[in-house]
Ligand binder design. Structure first.
Ligand SMILES: *Cc1c(COP(=O)(O)O)cnc(C)c1O
Length: 371
């Protein structure tokens, strides 16, 4: 087959391992006893309002979805003080990243991203044969000044994940304002806020104002993390009308399915679920941090539902934990072979993970710190 060389040679994104896959591999009778802390999913599950909406919607599944996502875009427009023309919906925010790349990138263009930022940016840029300019982070935080300085005449997109996955870090308040202010006209910023609703409300950056004032920016959000709907695949982009119009041209007419639209609309209304999730995450972070301290492990302070922790040989540790029925994420794809990323679970899941971690270290006779 004559596959395009840049497609043939493209790295494949390695997702968190599904529970059933690990159960099959290690001979567990089923996935019920296993825990997955590998994909930053919401350990509380979907909002009950979303589940009710899904039950109601299921009888209409012979119909195509509303390709214009009318009700959801209206609800989002009201929430953010924008119009529906500022909003596009995608099959997860991952699809929106790919659609933005589709609209902006071609051979001879480039993107700027941080070296430890979400790896999907790099993959989609390569898919359109754009060059990837990687800028080192400082203490696992985006170095926005260095990123601005790395922009070249052919640069089209600059990506900032805020908070960032896998580091869990957020840029200092005010820094993003200055960054957007100084952005040259030929570059569009993609501010990926997949975890923003998990921050305490007073700490949430006000990126929507950039869209309102017509800046060259896409703000990306998702229902996968805080809202607990990762399995349905739905996210959205907020951007000036010209940017959204471009997304509508490159997307498929029914890119978001009807179940996802119904659930997202209901979940958006479930503030109580969001608050419960925030509380669980804050408590779980403290629990994990205390556990890491007790084992003498270095971790990166996080404000969201995952933590990057230095453990020594990360991939080996993941395998040892999987044998004990606990799935976490290796980080070698991010150039961090000595780290793993752990999603905050329920208190019981966190406890079980910490126990398995302690056992693994005792079995090897090492903690990372003592290696
Ligand atoms: C999880 C994640 C996404 C993608 O989520 P979708 O499920 O595709 O909406 C996007 N960006 C970051 C930084 C993420 O961690």
């Amino acid at each position: 087959m004559r596959i395009k060389p840049w497609v043939r040679d493209l790295a494949v994104y390695e997702p968190g391992r599904p529970l059933e896959e690990v159960a099959r591999e290690y001979g567990f009778p089923d996935a019920a006893g296993l825990i997955k802390l590998a994909s930053n999913e919401n350990a509380l599950g979907p909002s009950r309002k979303a589940i009710r909406a899904l039950r109601q919607a299921v009888g209409q599944m012979h119909r195509y979805p509303d390709g214009g996502a009318y009700y959801l875009r209206q609800a989002l427009a009201r929430r953010f003080g924008l119009s529906a023309a500022h909003i596009a919906v995608g099959h997860g925010s991952n699809e929106l990243i790919a659609l933005i790349a589709h609209a902006f990138l071609e051979p001879g263009t480039s993107i700027v991203m941080a070296d430890r930022a979400f790896s999907v940016y790099r993959l989609v840029a390569r898919l359109y044969q754009a060059e990837v300019i990687e800028v080192p982070m400082r203490d696992f935080v985006h170095d926005l000044d260095a990123m601005l300085a790395a922009i070249r005449p052919e640069t089209r997109l600059i990506f900032v994940a805020n908070p960032n996955n896998p580091t869990g870090t957020t840029v200092p308040p005010g820094a993003l304002d200055r960054f957007i202010e100084r952005l040259p006209d030929h570059v569009c910023a993609v501010v990926d806020e997949a975890y923003v609703e998990l921050l305490p409300p007073r700490r949430q950056p006000n990126s929507v104002q950039y869209v309102r004032s017509g800046r060259n920016v896409f703000v990306l959000r998702t229902f996968s993390k805080t809202y607990g709907l990762a399995g349905l695949r739905i996210g959205y982009a907020l951007a000036p009308k010209e940017g959204i119009a471009a997304i509508h041209r490159v997307r498929q007419p029914f890119n978001v399915n009807a179940m996802a639209l119904a659930a997202a609309l209901a979940a958006l209304d479930d503030e109580a679920h969001v608050r419960r999730t925030r509380r669980m995450v804050a408590r779980g972070l403290r629990q994990l941090e205390a556990g890491f301290d007790a084992l003498g492990l270095r971790w990166t302070p996080s404000e969201v539902n995952f933590v990057l922790v230095e453990v020594g040989a990360g991939r080996d540790l993941c395998e040892a934990l999987e044998r004990r029925g606990v799935i976490v994420r290796p980080m070698d794809a991010y150039g961090l072979p000595r780290h793993v990323r752990v999603t905050v679970g329920t208190p019981a899941e966190n406890e079980r993970f910490l126990q398995a971690l302690g056992e693994t270290f005792r079995e090897r006779g090492t903690g990372a710190a003592r290696e």
